[in-house]
Design a binder for this molecule. Structure first.
Ligand code: DQA
Length: 149
């Protein structure tokens, strides 16, 4: 059974209350439930975390090394600012899928730059919370034996 770490950065604890016209009405607890339901379908185990503290996020990323099969991360605003999270993701040597609820590319120009995309296997933006589900499904797909790639 594979294990995925689902990480959420700053302000995502406010999901459902914060700018619902941008991020929708679902809470982070709803997103966690969706992730767990999806993981169960594929016999994948998930660990789901959120923090507003960059050092905590970096510690979780380091602890993923050699322990989990993939990281699904919505880094929130750290996407656009954090070289430290970029470096931590490289150090972890775990495949990363970057998820954004909103389509960051049709928003302010400061959201068009991502330090995380430079180290991510794939990026999902604008799918709403479904992006988390798609990321988990993709890791499960990679884990499924196939006759051809
Ligand atoms: C976000 C997009 C970021 O630009 C923003 O700072 C967030 C959420 C998203 O999920 O769309 O906090 O990562």
């Amino acid at each position: 059974m594979s294990t995925l770490l689902v990480l959420n950065g700053p302000n995502l604890n406010m999901l459902g209350k914060r700018q619902p016209e941008v991020y929708g009405h679902e809470s982070l607890a709803d997103v966690e439930a969706l992730c767990r339901q999806t993981a169960n379908q594929f016999d994948v185990e998930i660990e789901f975390q959120q923090t507003n503290h960059e050092g905590q996020m970096i510690d979780w990323i380091h602890q993923a090394r050699g322990r989990v099969n993939g990281i699904v991360i919505n880094p929130g605003a750290w996407t656009h600012t954090s070289v430290a999270i970029h470096d931590a993701l490289i150090a972890a040597e775990v495949p990363v899928i970057e998820v954004h609820i909103s389509n960051v590319h049709r928003r302010e120009t400061f959201r068009h730059q991502s330090y995380v995309s430079l180290v991510a296997k794939a990026v999902l933006a604008g799918f709403g919370t479904h992006g988390y589900q798609l990321a988990i499904q993709h890791f499960a797909f990679l884990d499924t034996p196939r006759t051809s790639q």
